[in-house]
Design a protein around this ligand. Structure first.
Ligand code: PGA
Length: 267
């Protein structure tokens, strides 16, 4: 089994309706799907249905940037996972550090959102990552472990095929300062070991682990070459259709190389 490669665009609170349309006008004609390379695009929620319509026929996972665990109710401003699914979207990003730091989301909250997302038949990218302060205190791995334990508290091995993890150091997001390769290797290796422990060796080996934080198209091949970097979660650089196409191509090339030489990184 060759682990899939995931290239995900997190547009955050960017792009007007005409800009969404212009992105797809430019991106879709050049898009060359590769089996095993999974492409995600997460616009703001009011553009989900339009993104689904534009991507119909193209293997793109249109995704929400968050979703609530309850199917309905008095939760002003929230969006139920089942309502995300109704738009035709197939994924949700959960526990992004901007949700955690600006909107007070907790690991327990992410876990209940994840239950709703999986229950609605969707896939999730669950984010984890440390602040600079935590890194400088040498507490990165214990924090990542707590975030994973808490955010994935209710998920079972059977769900693992629809879960992707993103390691996003908070200090690397939107700062232009990508984490260094040894730092990424260490945390991704730790997450891989945690996943194998949590879901069992084979299901845990199959869960893609994405890196996010100031990823640029020119740096993507080096990142994707690492043993446990199975994809990228990209903010700023994903807004540009040409740059995002380059990232998508790098993901496809990486998957082809993995399937050509299934060694430890492809198993
Ligand atoms: P960035 O954002 O690529 O702009 O650093 C990544 C993210 O927040 O997902």
């Amino acid at each position: 089994m060759t682990r899939k490669v995931v290239i995900a665009a997190n547009w955050k609170m960017n792009k007007s309706a005409p800009e969404v349309s212009a992105f797809f006008d430019r991106f879709l004609p050049d898009f060359e799907p590769v089996d095993g390379a999974e492409i995600w695009i997460a616009p703001v929620s009011i553009h989900l249905a339009e993104a689904v319509r534009r991507c119909s026929g193209a293997p793109v996972v249109v995704a929400a940037q968050n979703a609530h665990g309850e199917p309905r109710g008095a939760f002003t401003g929230e969006l139920a996972a089942s309502q995300v699914a109704e738009t035709g979207a197939r994924g949700v990003i959960l526990g992004h550090s901007e949700r955690r730091s600006f909107f007070g989301e907790t690991d327990a909250g992410v876990s209940s959102r994840l239950a709703g997302v999986l229950g609605a038949g969707l896939s999730a990218i669950v984010c984890a990552g440390e602040s600079l302060d935590v890194r400088e205190k040498g507490e990165t791995l214990p924090l990542i472990e707590r975030q994973l334990e808490g955010s994935l508290a209710g998920s079972r091995s059977e769900d693992s095929g629809r879960i992707r993890i993103a390691y996003e150091p908070v200090w690397a997001i939107g700062t232009g300062r990508q984490a260094e390769i040894p730092q990424i290797d260490e945390v991704h290796g730790f997450i891989r070991a945690w996943l194998r422990e949590r879901f069992g060796y084979n299901p845990g080996s199959a869960v893609p682990i994405l890196y996010g934080g100031s990823v640029r198209p020119e740096g993507a091949p080096e990142l994707l070459e690492r043993e446990d970097v199975d994809g990228l979660l990209v903010g700023g650089a994903s807004l540009d259709p040409v740059g995002f196409s380059q990232l998508v191509r790098a993901g496809g090339q990486r998957f082809r190389r993995r399937s050509a030489s299934p060694g430890p990184s492809g198993s």
